[in-house]
Design a protein around this ligand. Structure first.
Ligand SMILES: NC(=[NH2+])NCCC[C@H](N)C(=O)O
Ligand SMILES: [Mn+2]
Ligand SMILES: [Mn+2]
Length: 312
């Protein structure tokens, strides 16, 4: 197996950043996602692909958990989410600085505030490909739920009013370096934000219209026209149809097929530009045992595809 990745040093090392964290949303159990993916054999699977894999156990957020954390406005667990993400940004940045590929396993998608901050601190030219049913771009003003997993992108872009607690998040992501694939459940306020900031998004409508091959090509042409910029792929497992990945906190029907999800990962691997990967929102406490096993396995196979597994 040939690992294709021009920004990663030899020997190609994948650093698993296990983040058992659920504070960005209300449903218990999403903190078990990374634990189950590792237990399902992900480390060995990546080793078999030719990676040297670093994994020193899941990150512990207990100390952070202890702080008293009343809502700020309607934002829930703001201090907890902020501190955990600040730590994640540090860890992801440290791995990236060493030329390793950080693979962050969530946990809820608020963690991307940390992972993408970490990546951008090392690779400022990075573009972000966000694969999700949701845009996760609510601002402090627009959020209706107050769940921070619906907001990380607005923090990274510097949109909305600033909260002192999150002052460590630098707005290093430019709107034209971000592209979405798989969207189908966007809040009214988010639609306006996407429009006003001219953010490129390929919803399921475009996936149906053009096919996934063309959509990925157009997405890359937008954020990475010469295929020379580093890519951070942030994959929310709820981008997949609930029949493919049922165990997740905010499932939305009409999603990506198994192959469409894997195709995205394979095509991004082929660019050789991947510098960081997130696999988020696997919640093993939702749905029956068979559905949980299926979702955990899909999570592992998406990671393998992004790290070079091919069908032939
Ligand atoms: N990462 C996710 N699953 N996000 C779901 C977000 C749902 C909704 N837009 C909200 O802001 O609450
Ligand atoms: Mn989502
Ligand atoms: Mn998400």
């Amino acid at each position: 197996m040939v690992v294709n990745s021009r920004f990663i040093s030899e020997p190609k090392t994948a650093a698993i950043v296990g983040c058992p964290f659920s504070g960005g949303q209300p449903r218990a159990g999403v903190d078990r996602g990374p634990i189950q993916m590792v237990e399902a054999g992900l480390i060995d699977q990546l080793t078999d692909l030719g990676w040297s894999v670093k994994f020193h156990g899941h990150h512990q957020f207990e100390e952070v958990n202890a702080v008293s954390d009343p809502p700020i406005g309607i934002l829930k667990n703001p201090r907890l989410v902020s501190r955990v993400n600040e730590a994640v940004a540090q860890v992801v940045g440290d791995h990236a600085r060493k030329g390793e590929l950080p693979v962050t396993l969530g946990g809820d998608h608020s963690l991307a505030m940390g992972t993408i901050s970490g990546t951008l601190s090392v690779h400022p030219e990075t573009c972000v490909i966000w694969v999700d049913a949701h845009a996760d771009i609510n601002t402090v003003e627009s959020t209706e739920s107050g769940n921070l997993h619906g907001m990380p992108v607005s923090f990274l872009l510097g949109l909305g009013s600033k909260i002192p607690e999150f002052s460590w998040v630098k707005p290093l992501l430019k709107a034209d370096r971000l592209v979405y694939i798989g969207l189908r459940d966007i809040d009214t306020g988010e639609k306006r934000i996407l429009r006003e900031n001219n953010i490129k998004a390929f919803s399921m409508h475009e996936v149906d219209k053009y096919g996934i091959g063309k959509v990925v090509e157009m997405a890359l042409d937008h954020v990475n026209p010469d295929r020379d910029r580093p890519i951070h792929l942030s994959f929310d497992v709820d981008a997949l149809d609930p029949s493919v990945a049922p165990s997740t906190g905010t499932p939305v029907r009409g999603g990506l097929t198994f192959r469409e999800g894997h195709y995205i990962c394979e095509a991004i691997h082929e660019t050789g530009c991947l510098v960081a990967l997130d696999l988020m929102e696997v919640n093993p406490s939702l749905a029956d045992d068979a559905s949980v096993r299926q979702t955990v396995q899909v999570g592992c196979s998406l990671v393998r595809s992004a790290l070079g597994e091919t069908l032939l």
